[in-house]
Design a protein around this ligand. Structure first.
Ligand code: NAP
Length: 289
């Protein structure tokens, strides 16, 4: 039984953890959204961990606006790179374990086969670079830490591709979506469940390190959008386009499929296919916020 502190509790992953916590009793959960704990406030972090005698911190807080980060460099740096260092130091000071979340974008190494944790990292956007720096800070200050690199996160909560497509697909007759970026979506509830399972089994403590986690399977944004429209029965014609026809401020990797073997072997968990999870999410219904 553990005392858990969840930062960024108002985000997609944080809210899914909160939802699932009702089925994972026995622990004490401290869900802290941004207005209760700003992770750039080093003193506040230390106080929360000490006062609540925290055993495990799950850092769901991040600056996730990938394109906006190209302009708000200092802010992205502070939240994604510096703050994980504060969390890691406080965890080390108070013998707490840190579970930190990172991104597939840290790899961006031009490889075109599923990426393993030991592959080189060549982040090519401010978001990706700051997330990699956050990983390094986490590992530097907290030996007792575990990093999960995940991709294309969506949920019934918050802002994400699935909800954007559901809205646009209902509003428009036609859409153009890139088909030359390949990866795998992650239903935040599956990631939240995987984390809570690790905590339940006490497996995380024995297995610090970096692990990839996404849903199984491979898709492109175009195919992902088509699946969303099919399942929602939306009559929207989708044209596949190349990334160069849809320029964005931040560069995205063309191939970003995560190999999950290490996670599955280490934690003995299976991971649902992305289509099954998309269906589960859509079946549940998308929230307004
Ligand atoms: N979303 C994706 O597609 C994706 C892909 C790969 C990896 N990831 C990683 O997965 C993790 C979870 O992402 P998510 O999708 O759940 O993100 P999210 O929905 O954007 O949630 C992030 C949360 O962090 C909060 N936050 C921002 N700055 C903070 C601060 N200084 N102190 C405390 N809280 C702060 C945000 O609050 P406000 O909303 O008030 O700013 C938001 O509630 C992140 O580490 C992210 O980098 C996400």
């Amino acid at each position: 039984m553990a005392n858990l502190l969840i930062t960024g509790a108002g985000g997609q992953l944080g809210r899914e953890l909160k939802y699932l916590s009702q089925y994972h009793g026995g622990h004490t959960y401290h869900f802290l959204p941004r207005d209760s704990l700003d992770i750039t406030d080093e003193q506040a972090i230390d106080t929360q961990i000490r006062e609540h005698d925290i055993d495990v911190v799950i850092n769901c807080a991040a600056y996730t606006a990938v394109d906006k980060a190209e302009e708000e460099v200092a802010l992205a740096q502070k939240i994604n790179a510096t703050a994980p260092g504060f969390l890691a130091k406080a965890c080390a000071n108070h013998q707490a374990f840190l579970i930190h979340i990172s991104t597939d974008y840290v790899y961006h190494n031009g490889m075109d086969r599923p990426l393993v944790e030991s592959d080189p990292c060549h982040p090519q956007s401010v978001y990706a670079r700051t997330k990699l720096e956050g990983e390094i800070a986490t590992r530097t200050y907290a030996a007792h830490s575990l990093i999960l690199r995940t991709s294309w996160v969506y949920s019934t909560y918050g802002k994400n591709f699935v909800k954007t497509m559901a809205r646009l697909g209902a509003e428009r007759d036609q859409l153009r979506i890139v088909y030359d970026q390949v990866g795998a979506p992650t239903y935040a509830r599956d990631l939240a469940r995987a984390i809570l399972q690790m905590v339940k089994d006490d497996q995380y403590r024995k297995n610090p390190g970096i692990y990839n986690f996404s849903n199984e399977g491979v898709t492109s944004w175009y195919d992902f959008a088509l699946s969303i429209f099919t399942w929602l029965d939306l009559d929207c014609q989708v044209t596949p386009i190349r990334s160069e026809a849809y320029p964005t401020p931040a560069k995205r990797p063309a191939y970003s499929v995560l190999d999950k073997q290490l996670f599955k072997d280490t934690f003995g968990q299976s991971i649902p296919h992305w289509q099954e999870s998309l269906w589960a999410c859509l079946d549940e219904g998308l929230t307004a916020e």
